[in-house]
Design a protein around this ligand. Structure first.
Ligand code: ADP
Ligand code: MG
Length: 736
């Protein structure tokens, strides 16, 4: 049988009218679309839906029993109202129909059925006005189709929408199932046999028409595995393709620059840093590009590891680019790299070391003369290291010989960006890529979202780092604690320490949050109080609570020069124009490294996500000084927002927090950085819940792709993979 049954249009099997309803309501166009529109749950005829759980406004399908039927004339107009009271045995609900007196005959007391509509409350009684319904057969006059549809003990309840009901979907699916041929199976026979799973054909039958829960579970297990497996095959293939790309091996005969750098380092590398450095060195010696993700908690020392890799490729005659997500961070990286390198960055300059290189900085706001100078150093190869924002790779920047790209603090460095890199290296070869992230990624997410890259993890913090102490400060419960917080800020400043104050927005009237794109969607339970804004709060503090201290402001609407200036004054508070307290948005979130910063106050902390808060507080206590973080909130006790904050306060383990974050977030958000073509293929698989499935699928996928990279032996799999990749490709083109 050809795979074309699944690709057949719904129109040709169901007729234009039904097909167009399915397309309009649910976006389904092919047989496969509909067969993979799996039931959301199964209702049991013997088991009534608990009516007390229904929420006003919700669209529901309930299974209930008719208890009472009345017909009365309408008061204001001509016509009748038929009211059927249905029950789950405990609670009741009212169904109202206008001018349908004739239905009285069908609505016999004791009869059960499915009722679908939008829940509302009228005079204290829960109701469905004008619901769609399907009564279960109970007499000779019932139509044969209904008898067949509801004969089983389990009734599938489909995700329905708009003008279509679950039983209409069920009946359309039924038409397809009745002519379902034996389908070619994307899961290889030996994989199926080894895992004891049923065939695709059986799984589709059972998921839509189970005769028992066990049937449905078996089908779902197989279909879920198939999703994980196909995705892992796509990732394994993509990885194999990367391995087949050409890259220049970067193995220096001698490494004078790196050796001189190591000799300068004021500390010894941790065990973990050494191990990762070795792995990267090995990767750089390959003739295919490295694609490695380096993850490690804030302050675990990723930057030093990355810098060593950059120096290695410079020693090998190539160039390295370091891309940061914001200009502030690019400028800071530039400062800290030139600082760490000292005379090693002073090539051609007075006092520069003999083995020295140069570090170029490219930002969007540079004056053109400056920019031209930097570009010249980059194209001539004079600059061994180039620091800039992510825009660097999109722009027309020519490198002499780009060997390594390090991407800082960015998950979203996907397929597209990698493609853009192709144009940057010489002779069609690709640069090696190292992505650093401080948001620890749980294993399952790494395997799903980053399934085609290698992952290295720094698990220990360098010795001497003191974990940050975090407290939740609740405005309405303890107003005195807020006052005490500002007092504490004064004490820190008096000791020559620096303090961050973070706000969720810039100004009072600020709808845009432009530089805080990751701001949490406000929870339903988020308090309606005014959110703190950088500008008004800074004014309030310097006139009041923090009068006499030097209070600075930093946010995304400032020019790059101003931002840079403020950061410098904050870093060198010892100077006459120094800043003690920096009130800012989350522009300081990632990577900002001011050693003397010991305290952070996060206003309206409930507006930020768990990972973001963890990142933010990583900015303090970096130089061996104990750090303090206060999460100021108005969130109610017991609310999800409050629980998030309490979790952040209770541990400094970034991995534990990211696992929690994963549990609390919506699946779509978790997979946010993934191409949506791949993402939307996941209907049953949840990354946060199905680790075992992902592990098994990955192992099987690697085996299959390893043995048969062209998938010649697996035409149905090749087919499924092609569909997935073309969705992904289409999305890429759309964006480009
Ligand atoms: P990350 O980029 O992972 O947040 P950094 O590389 O910026 O961390 O390192 C944080 C701080 O720790 C920096 O000041 C850095 O110089 C310092 N550091 C890095 N590695 C070590 C080490 N092995 N021992 C002591 N300090 C270190
Ligand atoms: Mg860093």
């Amino acid at each position: 049988m050809s795979p074309s049954f699944l690709r057949t249009s719904l129109t040709s099997l169901l007729g234009g009218k039904t097909a167009s309803v399915l397309t309009k309501a649910l976006g389904l166009t092919t047989v496969e679309d509909l067969l993979r529109h799996y039931p959301r749950r199964y209702a049991e005829r013997a088991e009534l839906t608990p009516l007390s759980t229904l929420v006003d406004g919700e669209r529901v399908t309930v299974l209930a029993e008719i208890r009472k039927v009345t017909v009365r004339p309408m008061r204001q107009r001509r016509g009748t109202i038929l009211e059927a009271v249905v029950t789950d045995g405990t609670d009741v609900m009212s169904l109202t129909f206008f001018n349908q007196k004739w239905r009285e005959h069908d609505f016999t007391v004791g009869r059960r059925g499915l009722f679908a509509g939008q829940v509302s409350t009228f005079r204290g009684v829960r109701q469905l006005a004008h619901p769609e319904f399907k009564l279960f057969p109970d007499g000779v006059e019932d139509d044969a189709q209904a008898v067949a549809a509801f004969a089983g003990a389990l009734i599938p309840i489909y995700p329905a929408a708009g003008a279509i009901t679950t039983w209409q979907i069920q009946s359309a699916v039924g038409v397809l199932l009745d002519q379902l041929p034996e389908l070619p199976d994307p899961l290889p026979d030996d994989v199926l046999a080894r895992l004891g799973m049923c065939s695709l054909t059986d799984a589709l039958r059972l998921v839509h028409r189970p005769s028992s829960r066990a049937d449905a579970d078996r089908a779902i297990e197989r279909l879920r595995f198939e999703e994980a497996f196909t995705l892992q095959v796509v990732l394994a293939l993509r990885r194999a393709e990367v391995m087949a790309l050409p890259a220049t091996r970067r193995v220096p005969a001698t490494s004078p620059l790196l050796t001189a750098f190591d000799a300068r380092l004021p500390f010894t590398l941790t065990e973990g840093q050494r191990a990762v450095a070795e792995t990267i060195e090995h990767d750089l010696g390959n003739s295919h590009p490295m694609h490695r993700l380096l993850q490690g908690d804030v302050g675990s020392g990723k930057t030093v590891v990355a810098l060593r890799a950059m120096l290695l490729v410079v020693d090998a005659g190539g160039q390295a680019a370091l891309l940061a997500p914001t200009e502030v961070l690019a400028a800071q990286h530039y400062r800290s790299i030139t600082g760490l390198l000292g005379p090693l960055a002073g090539r051609g300059q007075l006092g520069g070391a003999e083995v020295a290189t140069r570090v170029a900085l490219l930002t969007g706001s540079q004056r053109s003369a400056q920019r031209r100078r930097e570009l010249l150093e980059i194209v001539s190869g004079e600059a061994g290291i180039v620091v800039g924002t992510h825009a660097l790779i999109q722009e027309n920047v020519d490198f002499h010989d780009l060997a390594l790209v390090v991407v800082d603090e960015q998950h979203r460095f996907g397929v597209e960006q990698r493609a853009a890199l192709a144009a940057k290296a010489r002779d069609g070869s690709r640069p090696h890529v190292l992505v650093m992230t401080a948001t620890p990624i749980p294993r399952t997410v790494a395997m799903t979202v980053f399934g085609d890259v290698d992952v290295s993890t720094l698990t220990e913090l360098p010795a001497g780092r003191v974990p940050v102490t975090t407290h939740v400060v609740v405005r309405q419960e303890h107003p005195a604690h807020v006052a005490r917080a500002w007092q504490r800020v004064r004490e820190e400043a008096a000791q020559g320490h620096r303090v961050f104050v973070v706000c969720p927005r810039i100004a009072d009237d600020d709808a845009a949050h432009e530089d805080t794109p990751d701001l949490e969607v406000p929870d339903e339970d988020a308090p309606a109080v005014e959110m703190a804004g950088v500008v008004p709060l800074a004014r309030q503090l310097s006139d009041g609570e923090l009068a006499g201290l030097r209070v600075g402001v930093l946010h995304g609407r400032m020019s790059a020069d101003d931002k840079e200036d403020v950061m410098r004054r904050f870093a060198d508070a010892g100077n006459a124009d120094g800043i003690d307290v920096l009130v800012s948005t989350t522009v300081i979130e990632v990577g900002v490294d001011v050693g003397q910063a010991t305290m952070m106050v996060i206003m309206d902390a409930d507006r930020f996500g768990i990972s973001q808060l963890h990142q933010l507080r990583g900015r303090v206590g970096r130089a061996g000084l104990p750090g303090l973080c206060l999460l100021v909130t108005s969130a109610e006790p017991g609310s999800p927002a409050r629980r998030r904050l309490e979790a952040v306060a209770s541990t400094t383990d970034g991995f534990a927090l990211s696992a929690l974050d994963l549990e609390l977030r919506r699946e779509g958000d978790v997979l946010g950085s993934m191409q949506s073509g791949l993402r939307s293929s996941l209907r049953l698989l949840e990354v946060s819940r199905h680790e075992d499935v992902i592990l098994a699928a990955r192992a099987a996928a690697l085996e299959v792709v390893g043995a048969d990279p062209g998938l010649a032996e697996h035409p149905a799999l090749a087919d499924a993979v092609a569909v997935l990749r073309s969705d992904e490709h289409a999305e890429f083109l759309e964006k480009a």
